[in-house]
Design a protein around this ligand. Structure first.
Ligand SMILES: *Cc1c(COP(=O)(O)O)cnc(C)c1O
Length: 372
């Protein structure tokens, strides 16, 4: 596809998702130049100076974006976010037998199921539903301050990618002696973040960081060294931290692309600018839903709606299928909702341009006028 076409075609995929066009162009050029960087990033040993330079740069750029406190390590791991569902208890449980989880939706429940293979899981708060839709339990209601110290950590899912629901930032709420662990896969780097509120943050790269295959883990120093003896070496946070994520072959190309995405975020105003753009995009589509007189409905209550994954439904299945087909014909791709949830989902990650939200809103209005 010629680049000239790209601007009329928009990718609303929930993941693997849109990557900034300029990053893709640079990756393409760097793959084939073989000039200064011969051989290309895909072909160098992970132990080489060439890869070390790129990995160090990615560390520095990510640290700068987050103003990462000194007592946190960045790990570049493999296995995706779901691997972390099991790796968290293996690495963090230590002598404890209990874990606390917030059950906020599809991804939280997957994390809970996996954690139950390793420990007793207390559900400290759950999402609920009323006439307004799904509500997330406010962090104030989790009881973080009074959690039993015998609990190894409290886990929550910052943004429920499938359900389209998102928590506010944790810094608006009270702190805890128990480490807070967060699955930030679909909201990492989408808005400013106070890392010091967390014991550990993890994110699969394919939503907002780069290509699939890489998982970024930020872990506070004092949580290292608790890994169970049966933890595989390559999934041991402490060992990977000591080895600067090179205990085995890391996903080198994905790290290289993430490095370019980190640079792109900084060049485009950093995390507050990302937040502003993402909010504008999602707010535009929520407004279109609100102005549709009930033709489009969002299943999430206004205070819990995701600023990233906008979910909505149409009056019936036939119209939903029609919507998806006609949207594709109009260059609006990957709008089908999660298979367990149904409906429509439009994802507005950092790399999705403002024009995508404009085009989708216009299409929604046209579709309603024709079929409503
Ligand atoms: C996509 C997603 C996952 C699963 O990620 P994998 O990399 O496929 O394992 C987990 N949690 C959240 C919040 C997600 O959005």
């Amino acid at each position: 596809m010629a680049d000239s076409c790209l601007s009329d075609v928009f990718n609303f995929s929930a993941g693997p998702a849109a990557i900034p066009e300029t990053v893709l162009q640079r990756a393409r050029d760097e793959l084939l130049t073989r000039g200064t960087s011969f051989p290309s990033l895909m072909e160098v040993p992970f132990s080489s100076a060439a890869f070390r330079t790129i990995a160090d740069q990615a560390h520095q750029r990510l640290s700068a974006l987050l103003a990462l406190p000194d007592n946190y390590r960045i790990l570049f791991m493999a296995g995706g976010a779901m691997a972390q569902f099991g790796l968290l208890p293996l690495n963090l449980l230590g002598s404890s037998k209990r874990l606390a989880y917030v059950d906020s939706g599809y991804w939280a429940s997957r994390a809970i199921t996996e954690a139950r293979r390793f420990a007793t899981v207390d559900i400290v708060a759950s999402a609920w539903r009323d006439d307004e839709g799904v509500h997330l339990p406010a962090p104030k209601s989790w009881g973080l301050e009074t959690l039993d110290r015998g609990v190894a950590y409290c886990h929550y899912t910052a943004n429920e990618t499938a359900d389209g629901a998102q928590f506010p930032e944790l810094h608006e709420h009270s702190s805890s002696d128990v480490a807070v662990v967060c699955d930030m896969t679909s909201s990492f780097l989408a808005r400013p973040l106070d890392v010091s509120r967390y014991g550990l943050i993890y994110a699969g790269a394919q939503k907002n960081i780069g290509p699939a295959g890489l998982t970024v883990v930020l872990v506070r120093d004092d949580l290292l060294g608790r890994s169970a003896p049966q933890t595989p070496d390559v999934f041991n946070y402490g060992l990977q931290s000591e080895a600067r994520s090179c205990r085995n072959t890391p996903p080198t190309f994905a790290v290289g692309l993430a490095n370019l995405v980190f640079e792109w975020i900084a060049d485009n105003g950093g995390l507050s600018a990302m937040a502003r753009h993402n909010d504008e995009k999602s707010a535009m589509v929520y407004r279109t839903i609100a102005e549709s007189c009930g033709f489009y409905r969002c299943p999430v209550a206004p205070g819990s709606r995701s600023g990233i994954n906008v979910c909505f439904t149409l009056p019936d299945e036939v119209l939903t299928e029609r919507f998806i087909v006609e949207a594709e014909e109009n260059g609006l791709h990957h709008l089908r909702g999660h298979s367990r949830i149904g409906g429509i989902r439009a994802s507005f990650y950092n790399a999705v341009p403002h024009a995508a939200a404009v085009a989708l809103s216009q299409f929604m209005k046209d579709f309603q006028a024709r079929r409503g």
